[in-house]
Design a protein around this ligand. Structure first.
Ligand code: PMP
Length: 351
């Protein structure tokens, strides 16, 4: 730390992203990326003409992308806000609606970036314990009078609440924002986009990083009431008006047109996920009923950290969290059939 870091940030513990190692070829099952490339049309759209346009700033209104998303989800373009990944969107939202001294509640086991954002922006965070089986107890959120962020499906547990349960939380906290982070929702059937027409305190956040095979492009978005989106834009235009670059806007807008391709990819991942669950259970692992593109698994005898290290040595990257309650679990991204065969071959060897 330099002598110059502002006192407010000196005790900040930053988010730790999954390893992106290049020292050898890995079977990479640690950051929930898609094993499939982006849709063919997306690969074609970044052409020389587009590159030659880069001497100009990107469109700060992102009209091409907000328009495509609005048409896709059946909302007005004024109900769409885009960011440089959904992390960017979540940061803007927590800054805008919780702010210094404001409130935020989230599950104690969830996306580990939420507490970091709360700390960064001086927000009073309440972490609400999950039940013993890692489910979210909906009653714990009913009428709590705090802003709320819930990943649905939750990560790293993979468990999902149904739309009715989300609605109970949103309806019972009318004077607070409820942010539903749907990063993995395309692998479940539980999107609460339909609730947007009914509730002005709901914000739904999604990403192009998982089901749309564009983690490296960095595009995420929020859908909410026009007033909420106006507030997000107020913060964005006070911080970084060009937060999404021209290539990302172009490619993401194209990806929205390629739903049939992505539906096929998602179906294959879901099939592979169910097979992976069965195979791991057959090896004695305890698993949650994940509705995402990863599984969350614990071996009855082998310590998760040991398994993680042994797999890493053998060229397979999975995610291990040395955090309370989950330090004996591994989060394993669902890869291609070939990657999963490779994973199981190494796992069997270790076991
Ligand atoms: N929310 C959840 C629950 C996640 O797991 C992730 C991925 N790390 C994100 C948001 C952020 O994804 P991105 O910034 O790539 O859109």
């Amino acid at each position: 730390m330099s002598r110059f870091l502002a006192p407010a940030y000196q005790s900040l513990v930053p988010y730790t992203p999954g390893e992106q190692l290049n020292d050898r070829t890995y079977i990479k099952l640690n950051t929930n990326e898609s094993p499939f490339p982006p849709a063919p049309g997306v690969c074609r759209v970044i052409d020389e003409a587009r590159m030659r346009s880069l001497h100009l700033y990107s469109d700060p209104t992102l009209a091409a992308l907000t328009g495509a998303l609005a048409a896709h989800f059946g909302v007005s373009p004024k109900q769409v806000f885009c960011g440089n990944g959904s992390d960017d969107v979540l940061a803007f939202a927590i800054m805008a609606f919780c702010g210094k001294g404001g409130s935020l509640a989230c599950p104690d086991v969830s996306y580990s970036f939420y507490p970091v954002f709360a700390d960064l922006f001086g927000v009073n965070l309440t972490q609400i314990p999950l039940a013993e089986d890692f489910t979210i107890r909906v009653d714990d959120y009913v009428g709590i009078g705090k802003n709320i962020v819930i990943a649905n499906p939750n990560a790293p547990t993979g468990l999902s609440l149904c739309v009715d349960e989300i609605e109970r939380i949103v309806a019972s906290n009318p004077d607070n924002i409820v942010m539903i982070d749907e990063a993995y929702v395309d692998f479940s059937n539980d999107t609460c986009v339909s609730l947007l027409a009914k509730y002005d305190n709901l914000m739904v956040v999604q990403t192009f990083s998982k089901s749309r095979s564009l983690a490296g492009l960095r595009v995420g978005f929020a859908l909410a009431s026009e007033a909420i989106i106006e507030d997000l834009n107020k913060i964005k235009y006070s911080f970084n008006p060009y937060n999404v670059n021209t290539l990302s806007i172009t490619a993401a807008a194209e990806a929205i047109k390629e739903q049939a391709y992505y539906d096929k990819c998602v179906a294959q991942i879901v099939e592979q996920r169910e097979k992976t669950k069965q195979r791991l259970a057959g090896l004695g692992f305890a698993l949650t009923d994940s509705k995402t593109n990863f599984v969350f698994a614990r071996h009855p005898e082998k310590k998760a950290e040991e398994l993680y290290r042994a797999l890493r040595e053998r060229g397979v990257l999975v995610r291990y969290f040395s955090a309370p309650r989950i330090d004996n679990y591994l989060r394993i991204t669902i890869g291609s059939e070939e990657q999963m065969e490779g994973f199981f071959a190494e796992l069997m060897h270790i076991l």
